[in-house]
Design a protein around this ligand. Structure first.
Ligand code: 26V
Length: 812
């Protein structure tokens, strides 16, 4: 799509204006950084203009709006996305080139804001892209973390964390709205007073923090909409001590402001366990309270009443992190707008919906009750009352069934359980893949499913294919444009038409050539950054995701060690050259994950040093894996490793990004892999290992990894080899981990799945040599990936959960 209303010379003039006003310089004298800022500011202006037209339409058409609340939005870089969406990339490229600047270099100058940990945050960003492209009235709410997700350095195999100071150059997209602030209160004392027959809640001695919005506009492809992602930043409000100040004690007057200063300072860099930190709870309440006040104020300004809130507003809580929405909306409706309990509750449940993103028990949020009461006294009272009424209802349904009622209770054993609160306070609860939604009903939410089955549904995740295919793989998308027309850009299921070309030899060759060029592009970028070479004629086998035991990077390591062992036992064995690429960060306090990184790095060094290998195997650990790296890594991948223990990965979205770029998946029947296998058929995906049900049964029977170790010579050798260490580095602790741990050895059953994994991988390796066949199957994967576009996911949310419709384009 090209926007023909703006010309190269218009852009030249716009940039000249920006440079003169902001930096007092000219196109001739500007530095690269000044040009970068001038480009961003110009695009920002265009988005602002476009957004104001869209906002008017939404208001005029009285559209129902969705508010997507999430502690994380892993948006990635925005410039290229915005220019392509607006259809003005070409004009900018030419205008800049005339001024002596290369647009690609300007792209590279933009920092990649790490406002998320992984899948959950990236999904939120993909959804904003799709909502906007599909012209839905949508707003994202999150926090403006001063420090995003840490940068990862690898020093002698060890992960070292350094701060992500993205705001220093990345804040140009943000528009501070100091005119739209709200105040959020923490702690204090609550008292009640009857006033004219109305119960008044009085909060005293609280700490007050000002929430300042920083807005980032999100563009859509060829759409009328420009959405807003509103990020809240905490600013000190009440801790300025005027008395001390007027006494001349300037420094003391501003000393006591730690809460406001720390609240939005840093993103929690762990996505696997709740540390129960009061700061995290405060962050969550800050997000929720500021956003809800904002939503209510906007709604009142349009409708003048809250009685129609559920008809005009959908609030989505992305995982339990914003679950305080439920009691906070109750508080606002009752304490400020005098709703009765019953009508407030009815409004809340009709407005709020919830997505669960994990069944890992350690990630299910629970707060210490005392801490919760102290920090959020009024919210605590409301949660207690929600719980009291809910348990009373349950008592009527299940009289005497204490066990069940205590399992379903929101507060129990001194803890507030956020997942239970989320289910009770939402009208709809969904998982993120078919399998995961079924597991939710059978396990974590089983009692609720039995009680209110109509609440539960599934929406399989999706990816913004415009970023992950069109932007990241311009050669492949150009080929698609040529063969099936560009219609798939806004209607992704049309990619299916590409399957027609699987027997067209010229297309098969073109797809193979594109894969190779993308491998070269990746290898060049890697060389520029690290000064090390990768053989682009080797097979690229990639596992890129957070480092977690359940994702089983260790199973991959066992496979590589077994292949290495084959070479050691027979140095002349014929083996296709393979490069194993790992990318991902470990949570700073997750020592096992950090050890896995060290193991990968040290294995890589050992293999590099070994003359027997003769370049046939190479292991690369990619430092600082982030959205920008993923964008060039995925198009370069031959085999995508999706090997979590079945039942543990809620969906996975990386798997979809690899698929749409023509990689073949080696994976378990877990998360979205199940649906990917359905989409392409068994011949076009490499499935191995235990199913979720088999895992469950084995677990119940009693899992003994030692039995698998003893039965497989290859596995035994691989485990023993790891335990002997690499290059003087000791990994003997893995013996305990895999085999002898008294609690539970090999908790994610790597050993049980090893043989099946190894033989399946080798089958893929053999198939890779039949180059035309392989590429045909790559084409089938690309063609089958349309379903996994987030355009489809958000349409399902819009139609089945939020009940929103796109704006009417023709109406003014
Ligand atoms: C938990 C916690 C707890 C400690 C504080 C920080 C924090 C941050 C995130 C989480 C929950 C993470 C859940 C998550 O990321 N799930 C992933 O969601 C993806 C999108 O639905 C899905 O594809 C992945 O399979 C799933 O692991």
């Amino acid at each position: 799509m090209t926007n023909t209303t703006i010309t190269q010379s218009d852009i030249h003039n716009i940039l000249a204006g920006k440079l003169s006003r902001h930096f007092g310089t000219t196109c001739e004298d500007a530095t690269k950084n000044q040009i970068y800022k001038a480009v961003l500011l110009s695009v920002r202006d265009m988005l602002t203009d476009k957004r104001s037209v869209f906002k008017r339409k939404v208001k005029k058409q009285h559209k129902k709006r969705v508010y997507y609340m999430c502690m994380e939005f892993l948006i990635g870089r925005s410039l290229k996305n915005n220019l392509q969406n607006l259809g003005i990339e070409q004009q900018f490229r030419s205008a800049l080139s005339e001024m002596g600047f290369d647009l690609d270099e300007i792209y590279a100058h933009e920092p990649d804001p790490g406002l998320g940990n992984g899948g959950l945050g990236r999904l939120a960003a993909c959804f904003m892209d799709s909502l906007t492209t599909s012209n839905y009235p949508a707003t994202g709410f999150s926090l403006c973390y001063e420090y995003g997700f840490f940068h990862q350095r690898i020093v002698d195999g060890n992960q070292v964390e350094t701060p992500d100071t993205w705001m220093q150059t990345g804040d140009t997209w943000l528009v501070p709205r100091t005119d739209k602030t709200f105040s959020v209160k923490f702690g204090g004392k609550i008292s009640e007073k009857w006033d004219n027959g109305r119960l008044e809640i009085i909060n005293t001695d609280y700490d007050e923090v000002e929430a300042v919005p920083y807005d980032m506009m999100i563009s859509g492809y060829d759409s009328e909409a420009v959405s807003n992602l509103r990020l809240w930043k905490a600013r000190d409000l009440s801790n300025f001590n005027m008395k001390l100040f007027t006494q001349g004690q300037y420094m003391q007057a501003v000393q006591n402001n730690t809460l406001a200063e720390t609240l939005t300072r840093v993103l929690y860099p762990s996505d696997d366990h709740e540390e129960g930190k009061i700061l995290r709870l405060s962050q969550q309440y800050f997000l929720v309270s500021a956003s809800l006040q904002n939503i209510i104020a906007d709604h009142i300004s349009v409708y003048g009443t809250l009685s129609n809130l559920p008809e005009k507003v959908a609030i989505h809580i992305n995982d339990t992190h914003p679950a305080l929405c439920i009691p906070e909306l109750m508080r606002i409706l009752m304490d400020i707008y005098s709703f009765s309990w019953e009508s407030a509750w009815d409004t809340v449940v009709k407005t709020v919906s919830y997505t669960n993103h994990t069944v890992m028990p350690e990630a299910l949020e629970k707060w210490n009750e005392d801490l919760f009461r102290l920090r959020l006294p009024r919210i605590y009272m409301i949660v207690c009352e929600i719980n009291r009424r809910y348990c009373a209802d349950l008592w009527n349904i299940y009289p005497g069934d204490w066990d069940r009622i205590s399992r379903m209770s929101i507060i129990a054993n001194g803890q507030v359980r956020m997942a239970n609160l989320s289910v009770v306070g939402s009208h709809t609860v969904n998982g993120v893949s078919k399998l995961h939604s079924e597991i939710l009903k059978e396990t974590v939410f089983h009692d609720y499913y039995k009680t209110t089955p109509e609440k539960f549904t599934n929406v399989t995740n999706g990816i913004a294919h415009r970023r992950w295919l069109c932007e990241g793989n311009p050669m492949l998308s150009a080929l698609l444009d040529k063969t099936i027309t560009p219609a798939y850009r806004t209607d992704p299921e049309k990619i299916a038409e590409f399957a027609r070309f699987k027997d067209d030899q010229s297309i098969v060759e073109a797809v193979r050539e594109i894969k190779h060029r993308n491998k070269e592009r990746f290898a060049d970028a890697y060389f520029k950054k690290f000064g090390r070479k990768i053989d682009t004629h080797s097979l690229f086998d990639v596992q890129a995701k957070r480092i977690h035991e359940y994702k089983r990077q260790l199973l991959n390591v066992l496979k590589i060690v077994a292949l290495y062992d084959e070479i050691k036992q027979n140095p002349n064995i014929s083996m296709r050259p393979q490069t194993f690429l790992f990318g991902g960060k470990a949570a700073p306090g997750y020592y096992r994950a950090k050890d896995i990184i060290r193991l990968i790095c040290k294995l890589g060094d050992e293999i590099d040093r070994d003359p027997d290998v003769k370049g046939r195997l190479k292991v690369v650990f990619l430092e600082e894996y982030n959205v920008s790296t993923a964008e060039i890594l995925m198009p370069a991948t031959d085999i995508s490793e999706q090997i979590s223990l079945a039942g543990k990965e809620a969906s996975g979205t990386g798997c979809m990004k690899f698929m749409i770029n023509g990689a073949m998946t080696v994976g378990t029947l877990d998360g979205a892999n199940v649906e990917m296998a359905d989409a392409v058929g068994d011949d076009n995906i490499y499935i191995f290992g235990l199913t979720a049900r088999e895992v469950d049964e084995l677990w119940k029977r009693g899992y003994h990894s030692m039995l698998f170790y003893r039965e497989s010579e290859r596995l035994k050798n691989a485990v023993d080899r790891i335990c002997r260490g690499f290059g003087g580095e000791d990994f003997s602790d893995f013996e305990n981990y895999f085999l002898t741990n008294q609690n539970i050895a090999d908790p994610y059953m790597c050993l049980a799945d090893f043989d099946s994994y190894f033989s399946t991988y080798n089958r893929a390796l053999d198939d890779y040599d039949k180059r035309d066949e392989w590429t045909k199957r790559a084409i089938i994967n690309i063609a089958g990936a349309g379903y996994f576009a987030s355009d489809r996911s958000v349409r399902e949310y819009a139609e089945n959960i939020w009940h929103i419709t796109p704006i009417d384009k023709d109406e003014k």
